[in-house]
Ligand binder design. Sequence first.
Ligand code: S3P
Ligand code: PEP
Length: 440
Amino acid sequence: MSSIKVKPIKDLWAEFEVPGDKSISHRAAILAGLSNGPCQIDNYLPSEDCICTLNAMSNLGVDYEVLEAMEGFGPTSLIIRGKKMDLSKPEEEVDCGNSGTGMRLLAGLLAAQPFESVLTGDASLCSRPMGRIMKPLAEMGASIEALGEKPGCAPLRITGGKLKEMTYEMPVASAQVKSAILLAGLFTEGKTTVVQPSETRDHTERMLAYFQVRSVRDGNHISVYGGQMPESRDFRIPGDISSAAFWIVAAACLPGAHLLIKNVGLNPTRTALLDVLIRMGAQIKDVVLSEEYGEPYGNIEITGKSLHGTEIKPEEVPNLIDEVPILAVAGALAQGKMSIRNAKELRVKESDRISTVADNLRAMGAEVEEYEDGMEISGGKPLHGQVLDSFGDHRIAMAFAIAGLHAKGETEITNTDCINTSYPGFSKHLEAIKAGKSPK
Ligand SMILES: O=C(O)C1=C[C@@H](OP(=O)(O)O)[C@@H](O)[C@H](O)C1
Ligand SMILES: C=C(OP(=O)(O)O)C(=O)O
């Protein structure tokens, strides 16, 4: 089991790109695999989560050819040969690893196939709630049985078949649930509508449009028309702003630091982190360079300042949900209070991120009050180095590696293999930053 050791840095001056976006990579593997021909996908994220989705599509009969790979990880550039919506029964259980996105999106796809399949994953994934996709997919006509030890949890046995269209009001603001239903809706004969309680990331809608599938949005009502086949097209995945977030915070709270993150996704449903940091006094400039593939991407430039606390607004939460651990670290380093509420969803991520963030921040000397749906951090107390567990959660591991760059003494994060689920190469990038260089 690997670990990461960090000491405080005095300066940060770097320009680089982070690997491809995780959410968009999952969707590219699925939609290209359903399309009517070959699609070249560049800057695919070769993380364990996205490799699981690629393997899942391959188990469903989709061929792919690797053009380029990241050493020790997996493909970054590949040709996926679309199976024209005609998938085959997998010979074995489909393993989604640690990935909630992979499992929930694939469940939507498998619910519409005329065969039985089983979706499984690691211990963390098999303890996360799947009722949220089982219910709507069952209403569309699929039969899904939760075989896990915990009620409503994976493994999931899915007996798919002909689905009927429907309108579904989601009780939680979840892009994974929305996407599962839209993917299932592709295989119906009518119009399937998802009503989201508030804005959630819209990568599925954008990619459907890019692959020339007709979908419509009317406020928070998103509809897809069944019976359409995605048109094969090449796609380039922008850098992952959720990965960039670690470096953005590392630089934003270090007076005098300068950081340029290049070619990173700037989809407005993912950039709430920047708004919060700007309210905290950060100096951040983001510039959209292109929207060529249906997703805006560009550069983010950060100049380090002293930060002060803020309140994260309830409506911002879905658009920064994966950035809460690193924003909480920013809150602990800032002067004054930072409050995060309306974030109960954090309790059902790879770890219970309210308690794992609070435990680790307190161990470093911060004052944190925990609530059922969030936390309040009284910032400004100096953080001190500690041996901290990642709890097997990639975002916790990376957030506290960054905290260590701003703490007194040495910080060690144990159990850091999980970082490979979303950010292959993080440790290499961290080594470069520690050495005062730009990561390659
Ligand atoms: O659709 C997606 O790609 C994701 C949606 C979010 O989850 P929810 O849909 O559960 O909010 C997010 O936390 C996850 O990392 C990726
Ligand atoms: C919650 C996350 O991912 P997933 O739900 O796909 O496991 C994440 O990447 O922080």
